[in-house]
Unconditional design. Structure first.
Length: 302
């Protein structure tokens, strides 16, 4: 609903006419600068006089001379025009080298191992006063993104749909981690081996649901001897026991580089998925959010 005050706002084209008439003292010259005909500008001047309740300009041998009321108002008019020009010309900027900002990113504990070290190293090198905080992905992630309490979410988040943007970073398939000195598994790793060995189950995150569904569909009963809420401690357990773990490739290969672990393609077909970055539409044009997304894409997108 439009208020009475709103209906009395002066049209910006009338403000531009006011400014030009005050500067040039000529209706003809003002019309040329506005790209309008002189009759049109005369109509605009009549409207301006009515809205401001003053003649504003009177004809003289020297041209159109401002009235005392015009002298009083020209400063306000020019300030308003200047504000409108700045508003129209405003482009959000984010200067990483000097920016002081906190970014909060929802991610899994696997991303703490696979993504966060690279991201932190890059941010410290290019945006030294920017601070990062890793936040757990949970049922409140969508609300946190919408409110701006977190800036970005990285991972498999099928529940983020309406109102959210997403960008694919990289695909993920499944591998099995096995102790490099496993007594029964060396050169090959078969489906028979998979069914016979003891397993570690990771019971957090959305990825394990794909794994569980694949096992049910193929009627494979894993002999799970240890359940973990995340990946903390997984590599140490694999490298010191004969248990195996079925996990996404990125985290598996990352752990294997630092431990006595072998990585095998999973002998049981499991649906692959893609790791994406997600953000809310409210912050799609936010300069800092755009920089953070571009940084993640440059570092992790394949």
């Amino acid at each position: 609903m439009t208020s009475e005050t709103d209906t009395r706002l002066v049209d910006v084209k009338l403000l531009r006419l006011f400014d030009l008439l005050y500067s040039t003292g000529s209706v003809t010259r003002s019309a040329e600068l506005l790209g309008q005909s002189q009759p049109t500008v005369s109509i605009w001047l009549a409207r301006l006089r009515k809205e401001l309740n003053d003649p504003l300009f009177v004809r003289s041998a020297e041209g159109m001379l401002p009235t005392p009321r015009a002298d009083e108002l020209i400063g306000l008019a020019r300030d308003a025009l200047d504000s409108l020009r700045r508003l129209s010309a405003w482009e959000p900027e984010f200067a990483p080298a000097t920016a002081q900002r906190d970014f909060r990113i929802c991610m899994t504990d696997a991303s703490h191992i696979t993504l966060l070290p690279r991201l932190l190293a890059h941010v410290r090198a290019t945006a030294p006063m920017v601070r990062l905080e890793a936040v757990r992905i949970n049922d409140d992630t969508a609300k946190l993104l919408q409110s701006g309490d977190v800036d970005l979410a990285l991972g498999l988040l099928p529940g983020l749909e309406s109102g959210f943007y997403q960008q694919v970073l990289y695909p993920q398939d499944w591998v099995c981690l096995v102790n490099r000195h496993h007594a029964r598994i060396q050169d090959t790793f078969t489906r028979t081996d998979y069914s016979a060995e003891g397993h570690i189950g990771i019971v957090s995150g959305t990825g394990h649901l794909l794994l569980d569904d694949a096992m049910k569909q193929q009627q494979i009963e894993r002999r799970i001897l240890l359940k973990l809420p995340g990946f903390l401690g997984l590599a140490a357990i694999i490298s010191t026991t004969d248990l195996i773990a079925t996990i996404p490739r990125h985290i598996g290969e990352t752990l294997a580089r630092s431990w006595a672990i072998e990585v095998y393609d999973c002998p049981v077909p499991i649906a692959s998925f893609t790791v994406k970055q997600h953000w809310h539409a409210r912050y799609h044009q936010d300069a800092g959010n755009r920089w953070l997304r571009a940084t993640c894409a440059a570092l992790f997108q394949r």
